[in-house]
Design a protein around this ligand. Structure first.
Ligand code: HEM
Ligand code: HEM
Length: 433
């Protein structure tokens, strides 16, 4: 009788409260702790909503044709009430969306929330991450200024290094040999319809899986104390959301989204740089054959991420940041080692190594592709062996070390390419670029 009454109250409360369709009525107190998740998943969801809202507003004035796109952006900025502000919000939150979603990926990794019941949600998450990056990428072309045109030209040209189908793929993505009117239309359709709809579908699935796993991850030793989601969790979400919105609005009041001169297919800026999140790959291109840097390494990384939840993982690390005390030390060590090794490797590769010149009889894919890749892989293997022996790590701790090493390496590559590469992609100080 008592259970029926409880269920009845629950149903009534749920029917009246939209929020309780998202959250259970009560959850473990530990899951509400801000420092466990930093609210990053919720922030990603809010940023998506903001993108859809501002994106639809922009669509009222934006025209997706090379002859009119740039002028329509000028009209949004100059003739439309709050047009510049809306464009700025879309621009800054588009960047934040990529960063926050990536931080959310990092948080789920470092709290061991990618294993067992959360395995499939991790994989859905990887798909979401790729979709978010491509949402930003397809939006990048739309202003049709020099920045947009050449960034997309540089990035799409990397596809030509896919074996056998490369040139076909470039033409397929661009809808022609060069970036042209068809490319703009293709990107516009993906940007404003196909990608957002796919994100919505996966996001619904993603949220459902969080509920299926019994909420966010917690350590097995944490207390079983329960708390009502409304107001305990809802209030925290509200405050996080308001702070995030306030930050974006302030950014958008003071800093305008960039707009260079109208796109000129006949005049390429020097250097022509890819969007910032692909700059790490552009830096890799300076050191490896394009097949290795633009196709093989990113592919191996994504396969590694998808494979991750199927490797051996110690469940006692779930819900604990960096797994344990040793994990924290390993993360710091990996950060320092990666920073110095990658910086030194970039300098050595730039000024001392020239496999192409030393081995002219070999095909480029071997001399400047597979040989340097083999050297890097051997180095990583020895490093991991040393860490395993020296710190007596188990598989989980070793993966934590490797993941940290790779993330820091990508950040260093990106910083070098964004700030330290000038005309001809030569290395130089930022104030000379
Ligand atoms: C899914 C997340 C989205 C991301 C990450 C994103 C990102 C971007 C970016 C980076 C730009 C270039 C803005 C600039 O810097 O100049 C852009 C432009 C644009 N986006 Fe989105 N967007 C998203 C969703 C949407 C949606 C759902 C719509 C419409 C339904 C939309 C409509 C537009 C339009 C019309 C432009 C061209 C106007 C301009 O460049 O200012 N976007 N988007
Ligand atoms: C559009 C992008 C995304 C949105 C809106 C989103 C949203 C969320 C939310 C709201 C949660 C629960 C609360 C929290 O952890 O903050 C969550 C959990 C989770 N997300 Fe995401 N997420 C996105 C992308 C990703 C990515 C890129 C990954 C990783 C590859 C990922 C993996 C996970 C996992 C494994 C959980 C369960 C965490 C746990 O149980 O502690 N998500 N996501």
């Amino acid at each position: 009788m008592e259970t029926i009454r409880k269920a009845d109250i629950y149903q009534k409360k749920r029917a009246r409260n939209l929020v309780l369709h998202l959250h259970p009525i009560k959850l473990r107190k530990e899951t509400i702790r801000f420092q466990l998740t930093f609210g990053l998943g919720g922030m990603s969801a809010l940023l998506f909503l903001l993108q859809v809202f501002t994106g639809i507003l922009l669509r009222f004035s934006y025209v997706a044709s090379p002859a009119e796109a740039y002028d329509s952006i000028l009209a949004i900025e100059n003739d439309i009430f709050f047009g510049q502000f809306v464009r700025n919000i879309h621009h800054w939150s588009g960047i934040l969306f990529v960063i926050i979603t990536f931080l959310h990926l990092i948080r789920t990794f470092y709290t061991g929330a990618f294993y067992y019941k959360r395995r499939w949600n991790w994989i859905i998450g990887i798909c979401l991450m790729i979709l978010v990056v491509f949402s930003n990428f397809t939006g990048y072309l739309l202003p049709w200024d020099q920045l947009a045109f050449w960034a997309i030209t540089v990035s799409t040209s990397m596809l030509q290094y896919v074996p056998l189908a490369g040139n076909w793929l470039v033409e397929f993505v661009r809808g022609g040999v060069d970036v042209n009117a068809s490319t703009l239309l293709i990107f516009y359709n993906f940007h404003t319809a196909i990608l957002p709809i796919t994100i919505v579908i996966l996001m619904v699935f993603h949220f459902w899986r969080v509920r299926k796993a019994g909420g966010v991850v917690v350590s097995e030793n944490s207390s079983n104390e329960m708390a009502p989601s409304d107001p305990d969790l809802v209030l925290k979400e509200l405050v996080t959301g308001i702070v995030l919105l306030a930050f974006i609005f302030l950014l958008s009041v003071f800093f305008n989204a960039p707009l260079l001169e109208r796109a000129d297919p006949a005049f390429s800026p020097n250097p022509a740089k890819a969007p910032w999140y692909f700059m790490g790959i552009q830096e890799l291109l300076m050191h490896f054959h394009p097949f290795v840097s633009a196709i093989l390494i990113p592919l191996l990384f994504v396969i590694g991420l998808i494979w991750l939840p199927f490797l051996k993982f110690d469940r006692q690390y779930e819900g604990i940041w960096f797994f344990n005390e040793k994990g924290k030390k390993l993360a710091v060590l990996a950060t320092i080692v990666s920073f110095f090794i990658v910086t030194i490797a970039i300098l050595i590769s730039e000024f001392l190594i020239n496999f192409e010149g030393w081995l002219p009889s070999l095909p480029l894919i071997i001399s400047s592709g597979l040989i340097p890749l083999f050297l890097v892989a051997t180095f990583l293997f020895i490093l991991m062996y040393f860490i395993k022996k020296q710190y007596r790590t188990d598989t989980s701790e070793l993966i934590l070390f490797l993941m940290t090493f790779i993330i820091v390496a990508y950040v260093v590559f990106s910083i070098v390419a964004i700030f330290f590469r000038g005309p001809g992609m030569q290395l130089m100080w930022p104030w000379n670029t």
